[in-house]
Write a protein that binds this ligand. Structure first.
Ligand code: DLL
Length: 434
């Protein structure tokens, strides 16, 4: 099993030396092999020779989601097509999907990164890991699968869905680790209860959850309902899939695999660098990807960075949980709000289930005078008298108002009426979709 743990605790100076060497090589690579990058470099009047120190990174052009669409499907390849052994994909925001091709080298590197990632989160070769991320084009299923096998854990590749069978397998095979989206973890808990199973009484002890935004309150809820430690993991198709960063059991930020991914934080409007501790948009450059290296990819994910070494001894920069995306921001009467903030407020209030929908008018590009939030109430509140429902609604409205500074129309709905998804939950919907 290769895990390169020594890299994770490397002195910063040494790490930066490794990064610049790898960066120089990659920049040369894309300049020579990918016409899209050569053109973009020429426009910025920069050549690979201009990249001598980490600070030179900002001379390079950004890459955005649209560039993937414009070069669909193979326009960003840096290797001959016969080198490709696998292709994953995710839905783009509009039109064509995003394509992620891998060489054999990429598949091996990814497995190694994921083995290390899972080890960081607390998984060991003694664990039985039930992998409920979707297998297929989505990077979650196979990404976790290869990493967990390399680590030596016993993998149960359930993929998403068939929730009742998931519960049976957790019980019968003695799963100790569950890997899925946070929203699916809650569905598992809910379904288990319906089946008369208390997941807290199974051997489950750890969840490695990600692929969608979730709040600290959501973590507490999941930990309580499943009787596990819930660890946050981050990644994206354009860069590699899961494995870009992950929390250690200290749960104080996600350790970025900086020997493979060079990160920057920018102000999404001015594109200027943002200092440590402040929030900005995460920008990632791949240092080891062969098939489709990416230079300065604008993730749209809003995070903050912390360069201090962690209590666990790892020296790699940590990123906060994703507090929003620079493009899912809602503007309600001039106030910027992210769905994750709304979630935090909702889940603080007693009597509310962690299932909600934010209804907006997309035709005004998320600028809205009205914010409507549908919230599921818990069974006991719902079956209680009307007065209690009214009190709850009032409480939610005033909490939203005092915490976020915006007033929202709250619509309380019956338990289990908001559609459940097996993968990523859909939190924001257009009124016309209802
Ligand atoms: O979601 C890869 C992945 C699979 C990550 C399994 C973790 C676990 P995409 O489908 O391309 O890839 O979606 C990437 O999802 O830009 C974020 O906006 C969001 N995202 C991913 N992980 C987290 C997380 C996978 N832990 C997009 N917290 C990213 C918040 C996340 N958002």
């Amino acid at each position: 099993m290769m895990r390169s743990p020594e890299l994770e605790k490397m002195p910063r100076a040494e790490l930066e030396k490794l990064q610049i060497e790898r960066l120089q090589e990659k920049v040369k690579d894309v300049y020579e092999k990918v016409p899209f990058y050569r053109r973009a470099f020429k426009e910025k009047e920069v050549t690979p020779d201009d990249i001598q120190t980490p600070a030179d990174l900002k001379k390079l052009p950004f890459t955005i989601k649209l560039d993937f669409r414009d070069n669909y499907p193979y326009g960003l390849l840096a290797v001959p097509p016969e080198e490709i052994v696998r292709i994953h994909s995710s839905s783009g925001t509009t039109g064509k999907p995003i394509i992620a091709p891998y060489t054999q080298g990429d598949v091996d590197t990814w497995a190694e990164i994921m083995a290390r990632t899972l080890a960081t989160s607390g998984v060991t070769r003694e664990d039985v890991l039930q992998n409920a991320y979707g297998y297929g084009l989505f990077t979650g299923g196979l990404g976790f699968h290869y990493g967990a096998e390399l680590l030596g854990a016993s993998v149960v590749p359930t993929s998403g869905g068939n929730t009742k069978r998931q519960i049976l397998l957790i019980q019968d095979l003695g799963a100790t680790v569950i890997t899925c989206t946070p929203s699916y973890a809650l569905i598992l808990a809910e379904t288990a209860l319906d089946m008369g199973v208390d997941l807290r009484e199974t051997r489950l002890r750890l969840g490695v959850l990600g692929a969608e935004p979730w709040s600290e309150q959501m973590r507490q809820d999941i930990e309580e309902r499943l009787g596990i430690i819930a660890i946050n993991i981050y990644g994206l198709t354009e860069i590699i899939g899961p494995g870009v960063s992950v929390e250690c059991p200290h749960k104080c930020g996600m350790h970025i695999a900086e020997d493979h991914f060079l990160v920057e934080l920018i102000d999404p409007q001015t594109e200027e660098p943002v200092p440590y501790g402040q929030e900005g948009e995460l920008v990632i450059t791949t240092l080891t990807k062969e098939a489709q290296p990416v230079i300065r990819f604008r993730t749209r994910d809003i995070v903050s960075l912390n360069p201090e070494p962690c209590e666990c001894g790892r020296t790699m920069t940590r990123m906060s949980r994703v507090t929003g995306r620079s493009d899912d921001m809602l503007i309600v009467r001039g106030v910027n709000v992210f769905p994750s903030q709304i979630e935090s407020v909702l889940l603080e209030v007693e009597g509310v289930e962690p299932h909600y929908l934010i209804v907006v008018d997309r035709k005004h590009a998320f600028k809205s005078d009205e914010l409507e939030v549908w919230v599921e109430v818990s069974e006991d509140v719902f079956s209680d008298e009307m007065q209690k429902m009214e009190a709850l609604e009032k409480k939610l409205r005033s909490e939203m108002d005092s915490v976020l500074g915006i007033s929202a129309r709250i619509k309380l709905v019956e338990p289990k009426t908001i559609a459940r998804t097996e993968g990523k939950a859909k939190r924001v919907v257009d009124r016309s979709e209802l």
